[in-house]
Design a protein around this ligand. Structure first.
Ligand code: DGL
Length: 267
């Protein structure tokens, strides 16, 4: 198979998509990546579907111009507005389908919880997709708008975070879910606090892990070609606004993966 050294483009509204980039970078150690965090227009999760769609299309056009070989929409709020597709032969992946499929495969009782931003929960994208995979599933969703600022603040495992996690998750626990989709890029940052509340009987589904499995499948079938070079790969992280806090948090979230460059771009 021919080698394809073009980077895989990944975009998010900001910092959270780095949780997805990290999974992809660990799973595909030979691949180059170009990350775009639309920090100038964050948050997406409180915006209307039309605005989220417009921003997402602009991000896709930007990445396409950078000659990427595929685009991963890491942002769940954006993923609810852009279906998986192929744009001039360029595969575009969103996180809703892989996350829903993984949850259905994981859930023994078919009682699935979904956490997300208001935009993601209002779209019902996860519920619809889960029911496509398993029409008998029961889905219990919960918007958690306070999680994003807590994650951005780096307050994972903080007593305040633990309390807020309990407040949001309690209704889902009352409904005896056995699987919980972390339907927002920021939520894996709070995984310790979330797992403390859910306990070991509820499986957590992380979109980063789920999308990595999908991309592996496309490498195996030849829809995507791997980079075969033995030279070190590159990871470039770009944002639409500059902030020292972003780079500090980025280094922390990506660990042990290291970015080669952080730069600001105008899309
Ligand atoms: N990245 C967004 C998501 O996954 C969360 C942050 C935001 O609201 O922009 O839904």
């Amino acid at each position: 198979m021919p080698s394809d050294a073009r980077p895989i483009g990944v975009f998010d509204s900001g910092i959270g998509g780095l949780t997805v980039l990290k999974e992809l970078a660990l799973q595909f150690p030979q691949e180059n990546f170009l990350y775009l965090g639309d920090t100038a227009r964050l948050p997406y999760g409180s915006k209307s579907p039309g605005t989220i769609r417009r921003y997402s299309e602009q991000n896709i056009q930007f990445l396409e111009k950078q000659n990427v070989k595929a685009i991963v929409i890491a942002c769940n709020s954006a993923s609810t507005q852009v279906p998986e597709s192929e744009f001039d032969g360029l595969p575009i992946y969103n996180v809703i389908t892989p996350g829903s499929q993984k949850a259905v495969e994981t859930s023994m009782a078919g009682r699935i919880g979904v956490l997300g931003t208001r935009a993601t929960i209002n779209s019902q994208a996860y519920t619809k997709k889960i029911l496509q995979f398993n029409p008998k599933a029961q889905v219990f969703d919960q918007a958690c708008p306070l999680f994003v600022p807590l994650a951005e603040e780096g307050w994972d495992s903080d007593p305040v975070t633990n309390l807020i996690v309990f407040r949001y998750l309690n209704p889902l626990l009352q409904n005896h879910i056995d699987t919980l989709i972390l339907g927002c890029t920021h939520y894996p940052i709070l995984k310790n606090s979330i797992a403390r509340v859910t306990g070991s009987s509820i499986e957590l589904v992380d979109s980063g892990e789920a999308i990595a499995q999908w991309i592996e499948k496309d490498f195996s079938t030849g829809r995507l070609h791997r980079r075969e070079d033995k030279t070190p790969r590159r990871i470039d992280v770009t944002t639409t606004d500059s902030s020292a806090h972003f780079s500090e948090m980025a280094i922390r979230i990506l660990k042990p993966v290291k970015a080669d460059e952080f730069r600001t771009v105008d899309i």
